[in-house]
Write a protein that binds this ligand. Structure first.
Ligand SMILES: CC(C)(COP(=O)(O)OP(=O)(O)OC[C@H]1O[C@@H](n2cnc3c(N)ncnc32)[C@H](O)[C@@H]1OP(=O)(O)O)[C@@H](O)C(=O)NCCC(=O)NCCS
Length: 200
């Protein structure tokens, strides 16, 4: 049986991010930036997913990086190792981010995604995001528009449901999982430090 366990992303995990980002087509922001965000800026937070199969040693399967700024939760990155796609791991990571965002007082969640990234767009649509705008030529290498997508947390009552709002329960591997702690030291802040110009 495969079990997925979530925990907070820490600076020790940063070397793992480069590999998963390369393989999933995300752009790596640089170790120094990740370390700085996770260590120095409480508005940034992240979650990693480890998959445990037969052995006790877990395998890094994906991560999510987000930041909370007042009522807004922004998903900056989400990437799942390809061999674990469509097993609910991305959904678990999103649910953990929603829970932490709501705990910090966020009322909505938004993100940017490459216009051509159909798989990710469908993933976000499954998570009840809607298209709210377009940033022309936002991405580089290659130059491409970004779609801005957002969803509200209204009606969640602090217990966000999964993709499609059905609370999961599909029997996928990742539904058998543990969520990370709430990270009580974190809080919503107004800092806006953009490494993000790089991409999502
Ligand atoms: C987007 C991504 C994080 C999704 O992770 P995942 O663990 O595969 O997602 P889940 O298994 O939780 O998917 C939940 C639902 O989202 C939808 N979905 C997810 N990936 C999809 C895809 N490639 N095509 C269509 N729908 C998709 C489906 O409705 C899916 O439910 P189903 O499998 O029961 O049909 C993953 O595909 C990934 O890492 N992609 C590369 C990196 C990337 O593009 N990140 C986003 C940058 S903005």
């Amino acid at each position: 049986m495969i079990t997925t366990r979530l925990s907070s992303l820490t600076v020790e995990d940063v070397p793992l991010l480069e590999r998963v980002e390369t393989i999933t087509g995300l752009s790596f922001w640089g170790r120094e930036n990740y370390i700085r965000f996770l260590r120095d800026f409480p508005e940034y937070f992240g979650t990693k997913a480890m998959v445990f199969a037969d052995s006790a040693r877990g395998q890094f399967a994906g991560f999510l990086l987000a930041r909370s700024i007042f009522e807004n939760l922004e998903i900056l990155k989400v990437g799942v190792w390809p061999e674990f796609h469509r097993r609910g791991i991305g959904t678990l990571l999103m649910k953990a981010a929603y829970a932490e965002g709501i705990r910090r007082g966020c009322e909505r969640c938004f993100l940017e995604v490459r216009k051509s990234n159909r798989g990710a767009i469908d993933f976000y649509l499954a998570h009840k995001f809607v298209l709210s705008g377009v940033r022309r030529n936002y991405y580089v290498e290659p130059v491409e528009d970004a779609l801005i997508m957002e969803r509200s947390f209204q009606g969640f009552g602090g217990t966000p449901q999964g993709a499609g709002g059905d609370g999961g329960g599909t029997g996928k591997d990742a539904r058998n999982s543990a969520h990370p702690g709430s990270g009580a030291e974190k809080r919503c802040e107004a800092h806006r430090r953009d490494a993000k110009d790089a991409e999502n």
